[in-house]
Design a protein around this ligand. Structure first.
Ligand code: FE2
Length: 258
């Protein structure tokens, strides 16, 4: 057993050191760099939050569930740094896909309670020095919903992640408080449905500082966030989200899985 399931049930996350070898970390980073280097925002028709309509931005996102697309940082001044690559690296990318299979991660996924895991979403998060923005507190189940709730995230550190370069922060045990909001889709429009208006607590957050190659298993209801990268080092990570095939996929999820 890679981690104690009781511990995971109590805290809502588990850390598995050395889940990826240094060679695998290097290969994933090189592959992501190649995708980003080949990305020409204008040729691809990628919208910018600074100068494109909300509608174009929504479309770029909503069409990405079964594709590999780059998303830009939302930074003033029109920088074109890539924020992330999503959302079907696990399905279509020759380097990311083999590392993303449920079979390879069956053991930690089983420890997290998934008996029939299926990868439905993946993203490479660049979090470059200076431009890598903060991620507001959220639960992954807000964006990927099943009944019962089964969403489980595998988050791989592709560099040492610490407080300076914007590591994950989690609210241990916060997954037991239920789902706060849902992000639902109707055709080409999306909206948030608030289920619990109480604000996120200010206290109780802890930094998940992990070395490169570590895996953080995240319960889909666990509140988590990250700060902007204030260091001179990148903080790349790769996240794959799984659901259990025995659960009912909510048809109003934004994502149409690959
Ligand atoms: Fe998340």
């Amino acid at each position: 057993m890679p981690f104690d399931p009781n511990d995971y049930a109590a805290r809502g996350y588990a850390i598995v050191p050395d889940a990826l070898s240094p060679a695998e970390v290097k290969a994933l980073r090189a592959r992501a760099d190649a995708i980003i280097d080949a990305f020409d925002p204008e040729a691809a028709g990628a919208p910018f939050t600074t100068d494109e309509s909300r509608r174009a931005i929504d479309r770029w996102f909503l069409e990405s569930g079964d594709r590999i697309r780059c998303f830009l940082e939302d930074v003033a001044g029109g920088t074109r740094a890539v924020n992330k690559i999503g959302h079907a690296l696990h399905a279509h990318d020759p380097v990311f896909a083999p590392l993303s299979t449920a079979q390879r991660w069956a053991e930690p996924l089983r420890a997290a309670g998934l008996t029939a895991p299926r990868a439905v979403q993946s993203m490479y998060i660049a979090k470059d020095p200076g431009v890598g923005g903060a991620v507001a507190p959220h639960q992954d189940t807000t964006f990927l919903h099943t009944t019962p709730s089964t969403v489980t995230g595998l988050w791989f550190a592709l560099a040492d992640a610490d407080r300076e370069n914007g590591c994950l922060w989690a609210l241990p045990g916060g997954h037991r408080a239920g789902l706060k909001r849902r992000f639902v889709r109707a055709g080409d429009t999306t909206r948030f449905v608030e289920l619990d208006e109480a604000p996120w607590p200010d206290d109780g957050w802890i930094p998940l500082e992990v070395p490169a190659g570590a895996l953080v298993v995240l319960h889909g209801l666990l509140p988590h966030k990250s700060d902007a990268n204030h260091s001179a080092r990148p903080r790349p990570a790769y996240a794959v989200h799984f659901v259990d095939e025995t659960a009912k996929w909510s048809p109003d999820n934004w994502l149409v899985p690959a």
